[in-house]
Design a protein around this ligand. Sequence first.
Ligand SMILES: [Zn+2]
Length: 293
Amino acid sequence: MRSDHRLLVVHAHPDDESEFGAGTVARYHAEGVRTVLVCCTDGGQGKVRNPDVGAVGVRAADVVEVRRRELEAGAAIIGFDRVVRLDFPDSGSVGLTDRPASCFARLPLDEVVRPVIEAIRLERPQVVMAYADDQRSYPHPDHLRAHEVALRAFEDAGNPEAHPELGPAWPPERLYYTVTSRERRKAINASYVKMGLAAPFSQQVGFQGRGDPDLAPGRERVTAVVDVKGYVGVWIAGLRAHACQMNPALDEVLGIPPSRAAELFAEEEFVLAPGGSGHEDPDSPASDLFAGI
Ligand SMILES: [Zn+2]
């Protein structure tokens, strides 16, 4: 057990915690790592996708409350020890024009980064996990913003001159980007096609932005690969907790047998961001985000 290790994860919306890097979080939680989720937005632009829950394509009147409950359930299943909800207004999906100035993507960076710095200084994680610098395969404005916010918070949390009112400085050692490489997407696609199913990573973006392989970071950028074989069922259960956002009949991951999913999604990939310590050889990626800590 590794009770001295602490991981802080920055996500954009309720449901992202159960998808991106979720198997890794589940594994670390099980191994005794303290795991903290910072969820930046309230998910208030999310429309119902599941006909079992309500009218598809319609935003429920109490969408923020529904997604708050789903977030609590999903995060508990994944194994987050604490959830910090920032509740900035959801900026709405890719392609939307006319976003309000009060949404997460448009508020001043300095304003939205403050609570993340505060959470890092309070929780003192050695490792921070966030979205990558290259999100061309799913350029959701809140995900792009969450990357900027995590990067700035990672840099400023350890600087005693930056926002001294937010607590004593704490420099996390590493920032890791959660990715699914071009090569892994293609391999998973090929396995689906072999099963007679549609390729999940395509331009026809699926539920969680399982986007075009050619727009994803290449394997040559991956510096850590975490074995999550025993935890695939955990994050799939987390996804199911987001009932209003998941349509089990359409979702690619929920639509295959659990044992097959466990094989196909048995590893999660990460890119070490510049500016921290850590192992940086893509030819022999680290198997542990805390290696050497
Ligand atoms: Zn999201």
